[in-house]
Design a protein around this ligand. Structure first.
Ligand code: NAP
Length: 349
């Protein structure tokens, strides 16, 4: 395995999940020319995860697909900026590498699965339509960090209730903007009510992820109308959700549906799958980034569950808050889970 963009926010999360992974092994780390020749330990910023000394000593390499293939790399986790990912990920897939990407570059392409394995596991079969598939390479994307927690909550609800539109206001963490991200002068004691492209991405990605599978994706009729804001929180995207319903439902029913939801990763007991992908809190002041960011069991899946709270229904409008870890569930953890599922479905054989 290689981590592309290993020195960045998502890249370091990849390393934290892969350094002791039961299936995948880190063989190489790449970043921009700025850090080539340095060692990962010099650039490590995750204060909540100790870095394995052997991995800390690994040298950062330049992005050279031919060299990666010669080194026997079969899969890549990509945390590259989209403008770099756009060509490089395709080159890697065409060279026979299985690419699991966080970048937005290829998310909306018809033959690229935009995967959240609890929500749309069958979409992974799209990789078989990619030109590179015959040579062993393919590309799987995971969605924008602001949509992942939301679709985890919407999947079980949309399977039972008729949902036409979803209104969501986001409170998005600073780490969602990468490193060094937003200027401290802009965000300290402040809220920025604009994140470029985010509201549009949420709408179009939700349509693809929640789309039915019938020998291809039939886009979902659900419209997600988002208002996105950046807030001075380190990690964790909190979202206030309102959903008009066509029928009477109680908040207890909604809580039961969400907390009993399980998907293919749970049934297959994938290493990074949380036992329960949606955790429902009943306290009046939860979920909070400070308290609920690391939701999910077992230990390897901490930060992989979405937490839902303050479920209310009035006049057939359902409201709740959902929180998810943007760099774990909405970032590196999502890609690692995608790779585990692809592996379990035989795409690495
Ligand atoms: N942050 C999130 O919550 C989040 C969630 C989901 C998806 N994403 C997506 O994930 C990707 C990475 O985001 P991030 O937040 O981790 O960004 P980041 O902190 O800015 O890290 C970017 C990484 O890419 C490397 N890089 C930059 N330019 C390069 C080049 N020309 N050639 C090779 N490597 C290059 C950087 O290397 P240097 O350290 O050497 O500059 C760094 O390792 C983006 O596409 C982003 O949209 C982010």
């Amino acid at each position: 395995m290689v981590v592309l963009g290993a020195t960045g926010t998502i890249g370091q999360r990849f390393v934290s999940l892969l350094q002791d992974h039961p299936i995948f092994e880190i063989v190489a780390l790449c970043s921009s020319e700025r850090k080539v020749g340095g060692h990962l330990g010099e650039f490590w910023r995750l204060e909540d995860v100790p870095l394995d000394p052997d991995v800390a000593g690994m040298e950062i390499e330049s992005l050279d697909v031919k060299r990666l293939v010669r080194a026997g790399i079969v899969a890549a986790f990509s945390a590259l900026p989209s403008d770099v990912a756009v060509e490089l990920e395709v080159d890697a897939a065409r060279a026979g590498i299985k690419v699991f990407s966080n970048a937005s570059a290829h998310r909306m392409e018809a033959d690229v699965p935009l995967l959240v394995p609890e929500v749309n596991p069958d979409h992974v079969a799209l990789v078989e339509r990619q030109r590179s598939f015959a040579g062993g390479g393919f590309l799987v994307a995971n969605p924008n960090c602001s949509i992942t927690g939301l679709v985890l909550a919407l999947r079980p609800l949309a399977d039972i209730f008729e949902i036409g539109s979803v209104h969501v206001a986001t409170y998005q963490a600073l780490s969602g903007a990468g490193y060094p991200g937003v200027s401290s002068l802009d965000i300290t004691a402040n809220v920025m009510p604009f994140i470029e492209g985010e509201e549009e991405k949420m709408r179009r990605e939700a349509k693809k992820i929640l789309g039915a599978w019938s020998d291809g994706i039939v886009p979902s009729a659900i419209d997600v109308w988002a208002n996105c804001a950046r807030v001075p929180v380190r990690d964790g995207h909190l979202e206030a959700v309102s959903i008009p319903l066509a029928q009477d439902v109680s908040s207890q029913d909604v809580a039961r549906i969400l907390s009993s939801f399980r998907g293919e990763p749970q049934r297959r007991k994938l290493p990074t799958a949380p036992e329960w992908p949606v955790i429902v809190r009943t306290e009046e002041d939860r979920p909070q980034p400070l308290r609920d960011l690391r939701a999910g069991e077992p230990a390897r899946a901490r930060g992989m569950a979405a937490t839902v709270g303050r479920i209310r229904v009035a006049d057939r409008v359902l409201r709740f808050f959902v929180l998810s870890h943007n760099t774990l569930r909405g970032g590196a953890g999502g890609s690692v889970l995608n790779a585990e599922m692809a592996h379990r479905r035989g795409y690495f054989d």
